[in-house]
Design a protein. Structure first.
Lengths: 533, 477
């Protein structure tokens, strides 16, 4: 029984939320509170079911675990294949934590069609977990796109004043990237069929493909990279993010910033690197540079914001830039730090959006200028906000420090030292804009009289925020529990880039090829010189 | 005519007889009017049963085909007819026009489609085309008292007659060269490179392009859809288009057994690109939902014409999957429109749907699902259709067409989401609860919604069916 459970655990985790959503359809429309409590219950059951993933995960292996495989469209070799490594494990856990947190926060705040709201969140959870567990590219694409639909409704129905614009922009931007990836996936499958006579969309099969020329591989890589870069979002493609995050309801912002953004980085590590290693190596410097631009640009723009939520949204651009630098540096240490930092950012930004939401629900303003001096009025909220801020700016002892430190260290040992310098500036800048936010909101003299009677955080909100804070402290105190699960998978990702995949001989060897012939600088060589922490 | 021929023609005989029965019942037993829809459905079901039961092979001296291909075509056309009839019942009651002619004309039109998909003789195909067209000229003008409906009838008749002339001229040219109106006669190897044959085929492409509302032969579609009774549009916008594409496939595979010449492929590719781009861009500017769906249909015919340019059995299978998906998505969308717009004497602005998401949750949810399916969002039927079409394009090396296709999908999201936005994110313009859904409406909407999800989540079955159908194409490689 236990083994049957274990062998289908991922399927359960992917589809349990949708099953709960289907049950919610049977609820009468008027019973909105019951619907919300049912959805919270379902997401907590989901969380409980996900715990065995953590405890039974084999930390000595970088291979995929909990693998399930059933054929789906046999004539085309499309299969329902799920499996997770350390990276997807942590992101799935982050998802199943943030979903009940978001729903719990919404318990007292979403009035309009609460049933539909709960359904949207549960379907979103299915989409995210499916995206993270899928090892078949067709299946991955299905989940990847399905995710958009509930998010579109969440922003468009329950969002702020400019919600329609934001929802449409979110949908179109994300779709624009993924459609070309769709064609690239089809090309890979057709090529696999031409090479072996067999149809397959399985990542493991497609990763063995070779390409007729570097140009073909580069085009395919760019099709994938564009989809992922828009999702992250990487600097010039980020403009949908501030709108979507600001206009989304609080719970939506938590999921968007907490998990959805990470899927871009995840997709890059899981698919773009093993499928197109030569192109990925060739573009690694660009990836790092875009990360650097994102870090600095995001930080400066965040500092200029007058709207709390927009400030936190731009801080995501900056923080994700740091993650991208780690990916570009590609040493073990930097990659490990990047993966950890994704989790950290999910927790800290999730908590920040939640607490901003707590304030907003009481005052209905997000303008920083409308606050000030409320530390004495709402001490508990202030305390929680401070911890989340410290986590976000990487204060030692909390989770953010570990991730940032590993990224900086790993980047410094690569051959792009100046990225580490820029990244470090980003860390300092984040302290500046976040602390000044805290100062202007919670300290300074009180600007508005009605703020003297601001109600304190509610129990349900406290539980939601407290969960996130507890996880921040735990990761800060025992980072190795998490790092042990990341490291073997990161090594596996680095190994997957080692094999080169261009068969045709060109007169002038590509940069990636030259790198491999021993002229590789430290850091981006597949053998890697990155020191392990 | 032997017993075999009779079995082969049984589906069409059944449809023709049922149509006559509708008219007679309407004239002589007016009290039976409320049973007309049920009887029509039974006739469709019976004709499908005859079609599936008929022994495979050629009949009427090789002029008539019974195969997996005709079965698949009969299934999707029959499904479209069933959707149209189910929607028509309460629609006609609401408009006070519950008459036998409507069902009779629909059944006869369906008979024409059936002839088109089964004829191996260009004249049989042409008679099918004309039966279809004449029935629908009348259906377009069905609301005699509504100005827009008469206008639709006249416009459809004039452009349709023009298109028929193209088709007939093309047939005449092919006859002149091949010495026979049999499609098989085109397979003579010396004809493939003949410029006159190519010209004849081009004229057929124009004629059937009209029926498919491919740009630049699309201009009739928005006006006709706008004035025609919505249930009839649900049929016209799906089944005849699929039948036309199957005819084109059959004729072109016969003529180009060795592979399609590049120049011809370019012509088809141009039609596909024009259709997709023009349909999608103009749809963005539409305010009337029927016109919006008409332009969306023009764009969809562009996508599926990509598979004609690819040419081959797998591409034909993709076409068949696409049309199965299109039945549930597009006919489903028109069914939802027929239900949601309660006053047929007025136009159908998108804005009138404001807040319907809360007022009529079920019909709105199905409409939204249909639109997501038309937009090609995964886990819906529409995605599966596009998946196979684009897969065949990549397989055939037509990368440019595939790229134009997906970029067009992106544009299309703009207007599909606009409707979803009006449904769910705007406040209602009308007060008060809407009238409850008729059971037939509930059934047809439920079936379309379930079909969209079923095809989208479990597409293996329909793909196998389509591949078997494509394998039974009598000509080609």
């Amino acid at each position: 029984m236990a083994s049957l459970f274990e062998s289908h655990l991922l399927t359960v985790l992917v589809f349990l939320p949708s099953a709960a959503a289907a049950l919610l359809l049977l609820f009468p429309e008027r019973r909105s509170r019951e619907a919300k409590i049912f959805a919270i219950g379902a997401s907590i059951v989901e969380l409980a079911l996900a715990l065995p993933l953590w405890s039974r995960f084999d930390t000595s292996s970088g291979a995929f675990q909990f693998v399930e495989r059933t054929s789906w469209i046999p004539a085309l070799g499309i299969s329902y294949t799920l499996g997770i490594d350390g990276i997807s494990l942590l992101l799935i856990l982050l998802t199943v934590v943030l979903t009940p947190v978001s729903l719990l926060f919404s318990l007292t705040h979403v009035e309009k069609s609460a049933r539909a709201f709960s359904i949207a969140f549960l379907v979103l959870e299915t989409g995210i977990n499916g995206t993270l567990a899928a090892l078949d590219l067709a299946l991955f694409y299905v989940f990847w796109e399905v995710m958009l639909v509930p998010m579109y409704f969440i922003i468009g129905i329950w969002g702020g004043a400019r919600r329609i614009y934001a929802a449409m922009k979110f949908f179109l931007f994300t779709m624009a990237g993924s459609l070309l990836m769709f064609l690239a996936i089809l090309y890979l499958a057709v090529r696999h069929r031409a090479a072996t006579g067999q149809w397959s969309f399985l990542l493991a099969d497609l990763a063995t493909l070779t390409y007729p020329s570097m140009a073909v591989q580069t085009v395919l890589f760019l099709a994938f990279a564009l989809a992922f870069a828009i999702k992250v979002p990487v600097f010039p493609l980020h403009t949908w993010l501030p709108d979507a995050h600001t206009e989304a309801p609080t719970a939506g912002s938590i999921m968007l910033a907490g998990v959805l953004l990470k899927l871009g980085v995840y997709g890059y590590l899981r698919f773009a690197l093993p499928l197109f290693p030569d192109a990925a190596l060739r573009f690694a410097p660009w990836v790092g540079v875009l990360g650097v631009v994102g870090v600095v640009y995001g930080a400066f723009v965040a500092y200029a914001q007058k709207d709390m939520k927009r400030l936190v949204a731009y801080s995501s651009v900056s923080h994700l830039g740091l993650v991208v630098i780690g990916i570009g540096a590609f040493t073990s240490t930097a990659l490990t730090g990047s993966v950890l930092q994704m989790i950290n950012h999910g927790l800290s930004t999730g908590a920040l959006f939640l607490l901003v939401g707590v304030l907003y629900e009481r005052t209905h303003t997000r303008e920083i200028a409308d606050y000030g001096g409320i530390a004495g009025v709402v001490p508990v909220t202030t305390g929680l906000f401070l911890v989340a801020t410290f986590s976000s700016i990487g204060l030692p002892g909390l989770n953010g420090f570990v991730g940032e430190f590993l990224i900086l260290l790993g980047t410094w040992t690569s051959d792009h030292r100046w990225w580490a310098v820029a990244a470090a500036t980003g860390v300092i800048l984040s302290a500046i804009y976040m602390l000044s936010l805290v100062q202007r909101v919670f300290w300074n003299p009180i600007t508005r009289e009605e703020n003297r009677r601001l109600p304190e955080i509610r129990a349900s909100e406290l539980v939601a925020a407290g969960t996130l804070i507890a996880l921040m402290i735990w990761i800060g105190a025992r980072p190795n529990d998490v790092l042990d699960r990341i490291r073997p998978s990161v090594e596996e990702v680095r190994r997957s880039v080692a094999a080169h995949k261009v068969v045709a001989t060109s007169s002038r060897p590509s940069r990636a090829l030259r790198l491999r012939r021993g002229q590789a600088p430290r850091g981006i060589s597949p053998e890697g010189a990155g020191a392990r922490p | 005519m032997g017993p075999n021929d009779l079995a082969a023609a049984a589906p069409e005989i059944c449809l023709a007889a049922a149509g006559c029965l509708m008219v007679l019942l309407d004239a002589f037993a007016p009290s039976a009017r409320r049973w007309l829809a049920t009887l029509s459905l039974a006739a469709i079901a019976l004709s499908i049963w005859f079609l599936l039961a008929a022994p495979h092979g050629l009949s009427f001296g090789g002029r008539y085909e019974t195969s997996d291909l005709t079965a698949a075509a009969g299934l999707f056309a029959g499904a479209t007819a069933a959707v149209a009839i189910l929607v028509a019942k309460s629609y006609l009651q609401r408009t006070g026009e519950e008459k036998g002619e409507f069902y009779a004309l629909l059944l006869w039109g369906h008979l024409g489609v059936s002839l088109m998909t089964r004829g191996l003789d260009l004249l049989v195909v042409f008679i099918g085309l004309e039966t279809l067209s004449l029935s629908f000229y009348v259906l377009a003008a069905f609301f005699r008292t509504i100005h827009a409906s008469s206008e639709a009838g006249l416009k459809y008749f004039l452009t349709g007659a023009f298109a028929s002339a193209f088709t007939l001229y093309g047939i005449a040219l092919l006859f002149g060269k091949a010495g026979s109106v049999r499609i098989a006669a085109l397979a003579r190897p010396d004809l493939g490179a003949d410029p006159l044959v190519a010209f004849g085929l081009l004229l057929l492409l124009v004629g059937f392009g009209f029926k498919m509302s491919l740009a630049p032969f699309h201009a009739w579609a928005p006006d006709v859809y706008q004035g025609m009774p919505t249930p009839a549009v649900a049929y016209l916008s799906v089944a005849p288009k699929g039948a036309s594409l199957i005819v084109l496939y059959r004729v072109l595979t016969a003529a180009f057994a060795a592979g399609m010449p590049d120049r011809f492929r370019t012509a088809i590719a141009v039609l596909a690109i024009l259709s997709m781009s023009l349909g999608n861009v103009v749809a963005l500017a539409q305010r009337d939902i029927k016109r919006l769906l008409a332009y969306s249909g023009i764009a969809h015919m562009g996508y599926v014409t990509i598979a004609l340019a690819v040419f081959g059995r797998d591409a034909l299978a993709a076409v068949i999957v696409y049309f199965f998906a299109y039945v549930v998505s597009n006919a489903g969308a028109f069914a939802a429109v027929a239900v949601l717009y309660r006053d047929e004497t007025k136009p159908h602005p998108v804005g009138l749907l404001a807040g319907e998401g809360r007022r009529s949750p079920f019909a709105s949810a199905v409409l939204a699902l249909c639109l997501f399916s038309l937009a090609g969002i995964p886990a819906t039927a529409g995605f599966i259709g596009k998946f196979f079409v684009f897969k065949s394009a990549i397989e055939g090396g037509l990368y440019a067409l595939a790229i134009v296709g997906v970029l067009n999908s992106l544009v299309s999201i703009g207007y599909y989401l606009k409707v979803v936005y009006v449904l769910y994110m705007q406040d209602p313009v009308e007060e008060g609860a809407p009238p409850p859904l008729a059971p037939a409406d509930r059934l047809v909407l439920g079936l379309c919604g379930a079909g969209i999800l079923a095809l989208g989540i479990f597409p293996a079955g329909v793909w196998n069916l389509a591949r078997r159908a494509a394998a039974s194409l009598p000509f080609g490689p």
